[in-house]
Design a binder for this molecule. Sequence first.
Ligand SMILES: [Cu+2]
Length: 290
Amino acid sequence: MQRRAVFVLAAALSLAACRSRSNQRTYAVHGQVVSVTPDRQEATVKHGDIAGLMPAMTMPYKIKEKAQLDAVKPGDVIDATLTIVENDAYLTGVKKVGEAPLEEAAPEPATVTTGKGLPLLQPGEVVPDSPFVDQDGRKRAFNSFRGSMVVLTFIYTRCPLPTFCPMMDRHFVSIQERLHDDPALKHVHLVTVSFDPAYDTPSVLKKHARELNADLSRWTFLTGDPEAIGKFGARFGVFVTRASNDPRDITHNLRTAIIGPDGKLIKVYTGNEWTPEEILNDLKPVANAD
Ligand SMILES: [Cu+2]
């Protein structure tokens, strides 16, 4: 959700995974708190590899007990348990085990962020065209969606945490159901862009679409040139940082947008706070006005 922090963990990292109840997985996490966001009950933690789950990365995590969140501050080195249930992920048992200066850290592996410095699109502005390739390997320019109301989001299929990219997928599944049920929404099209095109090839996206039960006549998955995708996403405020030493180590935020049939931006939703209901409510008046 947030971009990679520029600070690194000075302390050694150690992680171990273990399985508990059938549907619930827990992982031992050792890392350093980079920032705390009390209003979201989250702390951004830089941690090492979590075996079987994800490579080293810096991500915001919900801390289940508010008292535990209140007890940590940036620079704290913590032990915690990451619990992943079907649609949720959070830290419990957060214990401070040390402190390390955030700024006197070992050098961060080089990272690449595309599209920095490009202006954010404002509502009413025309979304620039961009070349993509769809889940069937066909060339698909973004402008080819003109004439439809578009709900656009950005994900990568390997995203390990259920509250991030997989939540965008689940929300799109819910919206898709409503599109089928509601004739007022018949001109709405869903578009999911992968910002991990090196891994998310058309065939990977096709498989992903199948797993989501996506109706490909109403929902298109796009991949393509990493540079072009980076620039396109940046206009919506999507920032993706890749560690050069591990291509799976992707730090990213989330943006979802509604674009009118005329290709003009209507609204951008930030992060994972929005609900399918909200988007459907925002879609209806515009869809009906056409
Ligand atoms: Cu993700």
